[in-house]
Design a protein around this ligand. Sequence first.
Ligand SMILES: Nc1ncnc2c1ncn2[C@@H]1O[C@H](COP(=O)(O)OP(=O)(O)O)[C@@H](O)[C@H]1O
Ligand SMILES: O=P(O)(O)O[C@H]1O[C@H](CO)[C@@H](O[C@H]2O[C@H](CO)[C@@H](O)[C@H](O)[C@H]2O)[C@H](O)[C@H]1O
Length: 472
Amino acid sequence: MLPPEDVLARDLAEWLPRQRWFGGKDSPIEDLAIGTATELRAGDPGLYHLVLDVRQNGATEHYQVLLGVRRDLPGRLGYARIGPPGGGAAKQQTYDAAHDPDLTRTLLEHLAAGASAGPLRFRHVPGARIRTDLTSLPITAEQSNTSLLFGDAYICKLFRRLGDGVNLDLEVNLALTRAGCEHVPAVHGWIELAPGGDGGEPVTLGLLSDYLRTGADGWSLAIASVRDWFAHATQPEDDEWAELDASAAGGDFAAEAERLGAATAQVHRALADAFGVTVVPADEIRGLAARMNAELTGTCRAVPGLAPHAKALTGAFIDLAAQAGPLPVQRVHGDYHLGQVLRSESGWSLLDFEGEPARTQSERRALSHPLRDVAGMLRSFEYAARFLITRSGTVPLESGGHLETRAHAWAARNRAAFCRGYAAAGGADPAAHAVLLRAFEFEKAVYEVRYEARNRPAWLPVPLKSLAHLTA
Ligand SMILES: Nc1ncnc2c1ncn2[C@@H]1O[C@H](COP(=O)(O)OP(=O)(O)O)[C@@H](O)[C@H]1O
Ligand SMILES: O=P(O)(O)O[C@H]1O[C@H](CO)[C@@H](O[C@H]2O[C@H](CO)[C@@H](O)[C@H](O)[C@H]2O)[C@H](O)[C@H]1O
């Protein structure tokens, strides 16, 4: 049984700001109410699904929590406790049930059965046989959601802060799974909150997909390659090093970059087939160029370090406007970088189609030209190349100037390989759309400067140094 609502709300308000995934750590909680409480498993331990209405700065956000209730909380779950030890007057111990495999199995059982509980609906794709005998483990890598591994079969992403309707990740992954696309983890099921009386969309709560057991993320693989690239360049002249036969460095990434380019083009084709393509008139492209420039102006005001590059960046946006013609647009990834791709034995897979976190839902859903994603990945090669010399203490700073040339050579080699793979697999040839690609890349770099200044100021030199190189 749940503790009294006022006690539970008070305990949750104390616990919430300490959670990594809580998005409102910078402001006090003005009010917390239990929006819905749905019993998913009766008994001891019991499982409840809660939607919390959390008011901060006058605005209300909704968060979901799986609440475990036990009379005695075993020591292994002590770290997940919500509320005082011993359970206070109610003598009920409440805790974050995402950490309790005895309770999370209920999610699999409900998904397998296609069950409903109160406003919650558990859905599976037709024909899916969801295993219910697996033990869960939360993965630790994430900031804003909680993902549970079930054995080595499934990953279940539970969205913590709830959006307004169908989550983009579900919408896109489901469409691509249905289309048989090999480059996304197959979706098996999802959990949603039924729409209220206003007839709106269901709100996505969670997504169950194939777990890519042997997957390694593109960022780690790329960083390992850069490290090796630096280590193998003993003391040759820089120019000579840039020409070095890649086989001399064991960690060359170019073949992987080329395969990643091909996988990206195939996903773009599948997105176009699933969601369609629209041609926008030249006027809209001129409007896009103007918006890119306005973002630049705003970001220069907020981050003065960007100002020295402003002239070159504006030049690229003016070129885009000057050459504007009708352009095909479609659904794209929207926040494409090396951290969003996994390499497993079955090739490259793309993850996380939720778009850029700072954008609104409608901006994230907006159609764009697929080269926007290509530009995102090109930026990521720039980041990977410069990360070790700009951010890490592992490379002696005095050799930074020398390594900068080497970093540039790594980025250039892998950018070219990615574009080659993309064009060969039928994507728009980046070389034939240089003005558009450059404008997209500069737009992304401006976004990154703002993103880093706000979220990771120590990383700010990474995009700034890359811009210094690209605009020289
Ligand atoms: N299907 C999967 N198979 C293996 N690992 C995965 C899978 N999906 C996500 N991951 C791991 O979880 C991390 C976070 O996933 P992601 O979907 O990007 O979540 P978030 O939106 O919370 O960042 C990824 O970087 C990856 O390491
Ligand atoms: O992965 P998210 O959807 O949260 O994306 C945001 O955070 C990213 C950083 O984690 C950020 O990506 C930038 O840093 C990456 C290295 O950490 C680099 O590979 C990307 O190219 C660079 O843009 C992303 O921009 C932001 O939206």
